[in-house]
Design a protein around this ligand. Structure first.
Ligand code: YH5
Length: 272
C-alpha cells in the first residue's frame, strides 16, 4: 500500500433519506430534494455519497425491507444515472444490499459489519462491491446503555480483523474492504476520544480506515451544543483523524470538510 500521507483523504457525503432523521429533520425525504442535496455535495467535492434509509440513532424505529427499498433505491438510481460519483448504501439488510448493488452501488456501508445473516459477505463477494465494516457494541437500540471495554482500541481492532477474515473467507478481495471504529456506536465520550488518540493502531493495518464523527453527540457533550452547532468541533476531529492516517471522512458538511482536509493534506505531504 502507498503510505497514507501520499493519498488524498476522501470525503463521503451523508444523504439521509429518513423522514425521522435526527440531524436534518427529514428535509430530504423526497427523491428530488435528495437528488438536489447529492448534486450540491458533488459540487462541493464529495468523492462518494452515502445513502441511508434507516435511522441508526439510539431507540429509532425499525422499518420494513419494502419501506427501506422505497426510500433508497429511487434516489440511488437517479444519482447513479445523472452524477459521476460513487454511491454507498448504509444498510444491514440483505435485500436492500442486493437491490442497491443492482442499481449501481459502489459500496455497502453496514453498521453491523455484515453479521445480519451468514450470506451477506457472500452477496458482497459475488458482486464486486466494496464494503465498509463498522464496529458497534450491542445494537443501535441498546448500544448506549453502559458501554464497557477493558481496552477499547484492542477490542475494536480484534473485532474488525475478525470481520475482515469473514469477508475474505467468503471470497471478497482485500482491496474491496474498509474498516471503521464506529464513533458513537456503543462508546462513551472517553472511549471516542481514546479512539481518535490511538487511531494509528487501526490505520497501520492493511485496510483503509473510514471515520464518521460529523455532528455526533461526542461533540455535543464536549461543546454543550445542539446538532446544528457542531460543525467546527467535527472539523477538528476530522483533521485529527486524517493526521492519524484515516483515509475517508463521513460528513454532513462536505464543502467545509474538503477545505479542512486540503490544508491537512498539504501539511502532511510537504517535503523537507
Ligand atoms: C459511522 O460512523 N454513522 S449513522 C448521531 C448524530 C449525528 C450523526 C446525535 N453511519 C456512521 O451519522 N457509517 C452512521 O448526532 C455510519 N460510520 C459508518 N461507516 C449515525 C450518524 C449520527 C448519529
Amino acid at each position: 500500500m502507498m503510505p497514507h500521507n501520499l493519498l488524498t483523504p476522501q470525503v463521503m457525503g451523508i444523504l439521509n433519506v429518513t423522514p425521522d432523521s435526527f440531524s436534518d429533520g427529514g428535509l430530504f425525504c423526497s427523491k428530488d430534494a435528495a437528488f438536489k442535496q447529492a448534486c450540491q455535495m458533488y459540487e462541493d467535492g464529495a468523492n462518494i455519497i452515502d445513502i441511508g434509509g434507516e435511522s441508526t440513532r439510539p431507540g429509532a424505529q425499525a422499518i420494513s425491507v419494502q419501506e427501506e427499498l422505497d426510500r433508497v433505491i429511487p434516489v440511488l438510481s437517479k444519482i447513479h444515472a445523472e452524477l459521476p460519483i460513487s454511491i454507498s448504501v448504509d444498510t444491514s439488510k440483505a435485500t436492500v444490499m442486493r437491490e442497491a448493488i443492482a442499481a449501481g452501488a459502489y459500496m455497502i456501508n453496514d453498521v453491523m459489519a455484515l453479521r445480519g445473516d451468514n450470506s451477506l459477505a457472500t452477496v458482497a463477494a459475488s458482486h464486486d462491491v466494496h464494503v465498509c465494516l463498522m464496529h458497534i457494541q450491542g445494537t443501535p437500540r441498546t448500544m448506549q446503555h453502559k458501554p464497557h471495554y477493558d481496552n477499547v482500541i484492542d477490542e475494536i481492532k480484534t473485532f474488525l480483523l475478525e470481520r475482515v477474515q469473514a469477508c475474505l473467507g467468503a471470497g471478497m478481495t482485500s482491496d474491496h474492504i474498509m474498516i471503521d471504529p464506529g464513533f458513537g456506536f456503543g462508546k462513551t465520550v472517553a472511549h471516542n476520544l481514546l479512539l481518535i488518540q490511538q487511531l494509528h493502531l487501526l490505520t497501520e493495518l492493511d485496510y483503509p480506515v473510514l471515520v464518521g464523527v460529523s455532528r455526533k453527540s461526542l461533540i455535543g457533550h464536549l461543546l454543550n451544543k445542539p446538532v446544528t452547532k457542531r460543525l467546527y468541533g467535527g472539523l477538528a476531529l476530522a483533521v485529527l483523524a486524517v493526521n492519524k492516517g484515516a483515509r475517508m471522512i463521513r460528513t454532513h458538511d462536505v464543502a467545509e470538510t474538503v477545505d479542512a482536509l486540503k490544508i491537512t493534506q498539504a501539511v502532511l505531504q510537504q517535503a523537507e
